[in-house]
Design a protein around this ligand. Structure first.
Ligand SMILES: [Cu+2]
Length: 421
């Protein structure tokens, strides 16, 4: 168009006088059309006809507006029928969801927060690769009361030398430290919350005053980040118990907020007779692409790692025994989601207590496989009959693999009872 305008200007202007210069002048005229245009009648005539062509008619305007509105409405209807328009960045901003997880359009933001990966930015401590959980925690005596300090935080934890998870942990270990008490003890637990969200602690199986029961939003407000709550009570039972988070529990306990609480009877003769003890605390893990997700029933996502006392076989502890020795095994259903039929090779064991209640002699029974459901505890006594490496393992065979792979004869929920002659 500018070329045409330039030529039109040239023919009416200086064209006749000097043809050789015409191109140059015309060139300039074309580039400064604003000045040349108004003087050139033909040029302004051409513009007038263009304006007429550009003029929008009312039917055109109506047609374009209507089709735009229809397209906008269709897009909204399509979006509303395929995605959840009620979710906002405030609900899901920064969340990493498990790969393969099935999410429908009515999955609420709160549910997504519950199932999302541990945020790596919240990790405040990286445990040494060979660190062990379930370490004894010593009490501080204050006026006859046994005082314990528990602190919850987000840590990195090795379940295998090559497999590091992000965990929620008491006192920077998975499981949390072992509390050993005697029936009748007065105890005080100062629980400090170093997690970036509220938590609480429940004393599973213990008879405590209701306000000490630790059920967040039911018996107490959850402990805010940075705050400390003190639980104080007298221990009136003896047996195998455990403690665990009771706030957002399907996420927090599944990610490691639990620990053993063993209470010895006042009369040692009432304790199960054994030469050695083994505490077995179970846990499932969802570890995918470097992210740790809480192990809970999620559509499309199953746990792929399993631990006894915070380690997967072959990193689980081996238990040295001699032929004839009796091993007291305290199974604790500290896992969150699945049932584990725990089996011991080399002969049956005797169940001597269930859920912290000692069984009378006539009620004791023999088993070699025991279903350990979440929350349950079983005390069993196993006698080493023959020398050798005897396995203790879950009999859901997938639970004795590490990310579906067997190494050194198994994985996950498995350990060796190493009996020498
Ligand atoms: Cu299992």
């Amino acid at each position: 168009m500018s070329g045409m305008g330039g030529h039109a200007g040239m023919s009416m202007g200086d064209g006749q006088q000097d043809p050789p210069k015409k191109r140059r002048t015309g060139g300039r005229g074309g580039s400064s059309r604003g000045a040349a245009g108004p003087r050139a009648g033909t040029s302004s005539g051409a513009r007038g006809s263009l304006d007429v062509a550009d003029r929008v008619t009312r039917p055109q305007l109506v047609a374009v507006t209507t089709s735009s509105l229809v397209a906008l409405a269709a897009a909204l209807v399509f979006a509303a029928s395929t995605v959840n328009l009620s979710l906002g960045a405030r609900d899901v901003g920064g969340l990493v969801m498990p790969p393969g997880m099935i999410m429908t359009r009515d999955t609420p933001g709160r549910a997504m927060q519950d199932m999302a990966a541990v945020d790596p930015r919240t990790v405040s401590y990286r445990a040494p690769a060979d660190a062990r959980g379930d370490q004894p925690l010593e009490a501080r005596l204050e006026g006859g009361v046994k005082v314990y300090d528990l602190e919850a935080s987000v840590i990195e934890w090795n379940i295998l030398p090559y497999e590091r998870v992000m965990a929620y942990a008491f006192n920077r270990q998975v499981p949390g430290p072992r509390i050993t008490l005697v029936e009748g003890d007065q105890v005080r637990f100062n629980v400090t919350n170093r997690l970036p969200f509220p938590t609480s602690v429940h004393w599973h199986g213990l008879e405590v005053p209701n306000q000490m029961d630790g059920a967040a939003e039911v018996t107490q407000p959850a402990i805010a980040p940075g705050a400390t709550f003190t639980y104080a009570f007298q221990v009136r039972q003896a047996g195998t118990f455990f403690y665990h988070s009771h706030a957002d529990v399907d996420r927090q306990q599944a990610l490691g907020l639990y620990g053993a609480l063993i209470v010895a009877p006042q009369d040692p003769a009432q304790a199960p007779q054994a030469d050695r003890e083994l505490v077995v605390q179970l846990q499932e893990w969802n570890e995918r692409e470097g992210y740790t997700f809480p192990a809970m029933p999620m559509e499309g996502v199953m746990p792929n790692f399993f631990t006894i006392n915070g380690k997967s076989y072959p990193s689980t502890e081996s238990v040295p025994l001699r032929v004839g020795q009796r091993l007291l095994i305290r199974f604790i259903g500290s896992q969150s989601a699945f049932i584990h039929p725990m089996h011991v090779h080399g002969g049956p064991f005797t169940v001597v207590a269930t859920d912290g209640v000692s069984l009378a002699g006539s009620a004791r029974y023999e088993k070699d496989t025991l279903n350990i459901a979440p929350g349950e505890r079983y005390d069993v006594v196993w006698t080493a009959r023959e020398p050798g490496r005897w396995l203790l393992h879950c009999h859901i065979n997938h639970h004795t693999t590490n990310d579906n792979v067997e190494e050194a004869g198994g994985g996950g929920l498995m350990l060796v009872l190493d009996v020498s002659p």
